[in-house]
Design a protein around this ligand. Structure first.
Ligand code: FBP
Length: 698
């Protein structure tokens, strides 16, 4: 029988509280949509003009000079406010335009505001201008799939995360056919300009599109997007032009908030090591920022590992009159030892828990793995180039792929020259776990990049860590330290004399606040023998319960929880920093277009400084291009920036490593950055790496 107190469901669903609780529109959304980002001084006038800055110089790659002749001589351009201009300028500036915009690659918080800024500036100059969005990334350009971006549509997404307004994709416009189709799309839409919002590969695309479309009078402008933070531009003299791609701050803050919560949980529950893999395809910028934001106990920085030199190996080789090339760079095994060292040292002071941050791209910096990645990428690309079928379609299962590698090994040396896959490669590869083999053989993305996000790097590393900890445990070297006061209390309550038993059990009794059980005690049998030998119990007697309790506490149980922070951060709402940054990037894009630029990337200089000092600029893309191995051959791409080991941010993290590991009897030193707050004051309103690195330029 229905409860007479329960209101009728239809009536209930009409209740204002229910309506509000189930609405997609909440307070956060309303506040975000209503927020109007401030604009840089450069946009304070009716118009903007571009000022060429010849003082910035670049070392130009000869292939870039050859392949991008019409945009290679572009200069850095500063956007300046202007009022008094001639009629021709006004006519050109305010001309009715059709502009297309595309999102390319992974989402990054702030993308919608690039569109909002561009839309506002375009419509302000001429309300009859049209902005189109290419649907689903570069495929939208190739297949002419577009949506007109109306005020209503743009307003819906202001200051919101994701790339949902027009979606995104990773297709590369890398063949003559795709390029011809793209040109056709621009012609049929009558486009004046195209805007590519993307990472290093997408800005590479933008440069080639700019070069191709000069003949058609279509301008192409890039926008530096990627949570990875690896688009940072300096000129040849080291002057910073773009210190950070957009989306980095929001993603890092999202990760840091979650990881700092784990720090709190770990230090409350004191039973887990939380292993946090953090996105960033190659560079460890995100991990570095997370380290600064959270003070997690251990944060690996890939670039740092590549720099490692094993001095003891070098000394041994020198003594033997040989050279040991394996002494340069860290091996996976050595890295697992370094992690174990931190874990063991924390356990010794009673902290058998903690938080470890692993950058997604760490394997790129481990020599032995990088060698596999390069060799396998070349093998897959060679296969695809010489056959009409895709490698992954022909060899669908791991077994089939391994069989193909075996065949390559057998053919090694048959045709003379150095074989790409020799017997040693094959043996080493067969030594690694299946899931890792599958990861290394995984399909490369459309740009030829290794897809680190698909590899369980943390599982591989933690497998090695666990194995080594077991060895250390067996040797009695991995123990949980027991607080001296606790030991004395437990024994006294059990009517035993701690001063008599302590020296028999511990190697540092009376010398330290945390007591470490002797290495010779690693089982109940060895514990019993020790007590018998010290005359504490007679032969054959049981270990007294209080001593047993202490023993059990000192034997570590290594338990981990694995987490992956990536897609969640990419989809988070932008911080106010990213909202302001991207809206002004959108305005910059329009200024570049209205002033006739092409082959330029919109950027904001001096991001690390107060907003009043932000300077919108156009950076020439072509001079930033370098040759890189992609799909087995060298291709021109925008150079990725990795963590500089002499940067202030890295040096600070390095200097605080010991403190954040907190392998001492004091407390942990975690920092709680809190959630991304759109309203209210937040103590830090820009990436910490940015603020610290700027100190070097002061
Ligand atoms: P972009 O360089 O396109 O911005 O993407 C970066 C990234 O988020 C990496 O951090 C990550 O390795 C990769 O994308 C994941 O790619 P996918 O979305 O294809 O899984």
């Amino acid at each position: 029988m229905p409860n007479p107190k329960t209101p009728n469901l239809d009536a209930l669903l009409q209740h204002p509280e229910v309506k509000q609780a189930t609405s997609n529109i909440n307070m956060e959304l309303r506040e975000r949509r209503a927020f109007v980002p401030p604009t840089c001084d450069a946009f304070s006038g009716r118009y903007t003009r571009l000022e060429e800055c010849a003082a910035y110089r670049f070392e130009i790659d000869k292939d870039a000079r050859r392949q991008l002749p019409d945009i290679i001589h572009n200069q850095v351009q500063a956007v300046k406010a202007c009022e008094a201009v001639d009629d021709d300028f006004i006519a050109e500036y305010e001309r009715r335009r059709k502009v297309g915009v595309v999102f390319s690659g992974g989402p990054a918080p702030g993308g919608h505001n690039v569109i909002a800024g561009l839309f506002d500036a375009l419509k302000k100059a001429n309300p009859d201008s049209t902005l189109y969005g290419f649907w689903l990334g570069p495929d939208g350009i190739i297949e002419n799939e577009v949506v007109e971006l109306t005020a209503e549509r743009v307003d819906e997404y202001r200051n919101l995360g994701g790339f949902t307004m027009i979606k995104t994709g990773r297709t590369k416009i890398d063949t003559a056919e795709k390029m011809a189709l793209s040109r056709e799309t621009c012609k049929s839409l009558g486009l004046d300009a195209m805007v590519v919002v993307g990472g290093d590969d997408s800005n590479t695309n933008a440069a080639f599109l700019a070069q191709e479309m000069i003949a058609d009078g279509v301008q192409v402008i890039g926008v530096p997007k990627t949570i990875d933070g690896d688009i940072q531009v300096r000129d040849a003299a080291g002057a910073v032009l773009c210190s950070m791609s957009f989306g980095f701050h929001s993603a890092a803050r999202g990760f840091a908030q979650n990881i700092s919560n784990l720090c709190t949980d770990a230090s409350s529950d004191v039973k887990y090591w939380h292993i946090c893999k953090v996105m960033g395809r190659v560079a460890s910028h995100l991990a570095l920022e997370v380290a600064l934001q959270t003070h997690a106990n251990i944060t690996l920085i890939g670039e740092d590992l590549a720099d490692y030199v094993d001095k003891s190996r070098i000394a041994a080789a020198e003594k033997a009159g040989t050279i040991d090339y394996t002494a340069y760079g860290m091996t996976l095994r050595h890295l697992s030892r370094v992690i174990c060292d931190g874990i063991v040292r924390r356990a010794a002071v009673g902290k058998n828990y903690g938080v470890l941050v692993i950058p997604e791209g760490v394997l790129e910096f481990i020599n032995e793995i990088q060698m596999f990645i390069i060799k396998l990428s070349t093998i897959i690309a060679d296969y695809n180039n010489t056959h009409d079928v895709d490698f992954h379609k022909t060899f669908a299962s791991l077994e089939e792929k391994l069989e193909y590698l075996r065949r390559l090994k057998q053919q090694a040396g048959e045709n003379g020259g150095l074989p790409i896959w020799n017997a040693r490669d094959n043996d080493l590869f067969n030594d690694i776990p299946e899931f890792f083999q599958e990861g290394l053989l995984t399909e490369r993305d459309s740009h030829g990049n290794f897809q680190f996000s698909l590899v369980q790097t943390d599982k591989i590393l933690m497998g090695l860590v666990k194995d080594y900890l077991d060895i250390l445990k067996e040797k009695g070297l991995y123990k949980v330290g027991i607080e001296k006061d606790y030991f004395e209390k437990v024994l006294t309550v059990g009517e035993l004399d701690p001063a008599r038993i302590g020296p028999a059990l511990f190697k540092n009794y009376g010398q330290a606040p945390y007591l470490l059980m002797k290495e010779s005690i690693f089982s109940i049998k060895t514990l019993t023998q020790t007590l018998e030998k010290a005359g504490i119990i007679p032969a054959g007697a049981d270990v007294p319960a209080p001593v047993m309790k202490i023993y059990n506490k000192s034997m570590p149980n290594f338990k981990i929880q694995r987490h992956f922070y990536g897609y969640d951060g990419r989809g988070s709402h932008p911080t106010r920093f990213d909202c302001n940054y991207t809206y002004n990037l959108g305005l910059t894009v329009f200024s570049l277009i209205a002033n006739g630029a092409t082959g330029q990337m919109a950027a904001i200089k001096s991001l690390e400084k107060d907003f009043s000092r932000w300077e919108p600029v156009g950076i020439p893309i072509a001079p930033l291009m370098r040759l890189e191995e992609r799909k087995g051959k060298l291709s021109l791409v925008l150079e990725k920036s990795v963590v500089e080991l002499d940067s202030v941010a890295f040096q600070v993290v390095k200097a605080f490593r010991e403190q954040w590991l907190a392998a001492d009897p004091g407390g942990d030193n975690y920092r709680r950055p809190g959630p991304i707050r759109f309203t209210g004051n937040s103590e830090e309103n820009r990436p910490l790496t940015l603020v610290l690195n700027a100190l070097a330029d002061e």
